[in-house]
Write a protein that binds this ligand. Structure first.
Ligand SMILES: [Zn+2]
Length: 318
């Protein structure tokens, strides 16, 4: 229950004389044409761009939030709203753009705007991407799945204590979300931000990735992302060695494991799972598609690597 004149935990819904208003409808905190790899999505039209936008607020309270200036601080003074038609116009003008990504802050909390924007955009042939913490009830998630093409969901740890202590949430709603998306058949990738001493236990990583393989499938791309001290936490940044070790453990269960948010020349490329040829070379956000035909199959052995692929990917250098 939200008291009159007050907002709820996520900060974006206000009780105005008995009716609840989404105060962030059309209010943007970020708006940019990004490589789709930056979401991160590595297996959804690799090498293309996506118009990315986000607002303010969040339904979790992560002590380590890497985006806390927009997620945890809601400025009461924002007035500027962007219209859906103007975003659609930009989306069509943007070079090599596949659609619209809801990212930067938690997209499920501005459901009304998300739903209106996404439905209109899909009618125009644009793809919809959600980058989310997956902390959402079953019924609204069903609706979100109906208008979303691809998800990157954070699995912040495979440990309910971690969620309770550091995020203000709990693990089970997130694992339920992952299962619900996997069953729907929509494209799914998963990210874990590795925080030294908090969720970098090797046995836990083995359990987490065995669970992903068993419940969601071995082909779900998995991103291990480097943490930097931020917001309320001062744990040291994740080391490259730790990310590499965890990636090796994850690779025992999963086919596509990536290391992100780090300048490194390994851990970003995609290999053909059959013959091992490099089919996508990534250096930072430079993407080079190679050894693939126009349908996203390996030219060496014919194995289909990407289910979502556009032939203009191959000519793009982001
Ligand atoms: Zn191959």
């Amino acid at each position: 229950m939200i008291n009159e004149g007050r907002t709820g935990i996520c900060g974006v819904r206000k009780n105005n004389a008995g009716s609840v208003e989404l105060i962030t409808y059309g209010v943007l905190s970020g708006y940019a044409l990004d490589p789709v790899e930056k979401k991160p999505l590595y297996h959804f039209y690799p090498g293309t761009n996506i118009l990315s936008l986000g607002s303010y607020g969040c339904n979790l309270r992560c002590d380590f939030c890497q985006n806390y200036t927009i997620s945890q601080r809601i400025s009461p003074g924002f007035v500027s709203r962007t219209g859906i038609d103007s975003i659609l116009h930009d989306a069509h003008e943007a070079p090599h753009n596949i659609g619209i990504a809801f990212t930067y802050n938690e997209p499920v909390i501005w459901f009304e705007f998300l739903s209106d924007m996404a439905r209109k955009a899909r009618k125009k042939g644009l793809k919809i991407v959600l980058v989310s913490n997956g902390y959402v009830n079953r019924e609204p998630l069903d609706e979100i799945i109906s208008f979303t093409d691809a998800f990157n969901i954070d699995l912040k740890a495979f440990n309910d204590g971690f969620y309770k202590r550091l995020t203000g949430g709990s693990l089970e709603p997130v694992t339920n979300t992952l299962k619900q998306i996997a069953i729907s058949g929509k494209h799914l990738e998963i990210t874990t931000l590795v925080i030294p001493g908090q969720n970098d236990d090797e046995a836990e990583m083995a359990r987490q990735t065995e669970w992903i393989a068993g419940e969601l499938g071995r082909d779900v791309p998995f991103h291990l992302s480097r943490y930097f001290p931020m917001y309320k936490r001062e744990d040291p940044s994740t080391t490259a060695g730790s990310l590499k070790r965890l990636a090796e453990i994850a690779s025992k269960s999963l086919r596509y494991v990536y290391i992100g948010n780090i300048s490194s020349d390994s851990g970003q490329n995609t290999h053909c799972p059959q013959c091992g040829k490099v089919v996508t070379k990534r250096t930072g956000y430079q993407v080079k598609i190679q050894n693939l035909d126009r349908k996203g199959s390996c030219t060496g052995c014919g194995t289909k690597v990407y289910n979502h692929f556009t032939s203009f990917s191959s000519s793009i250098q982001n």
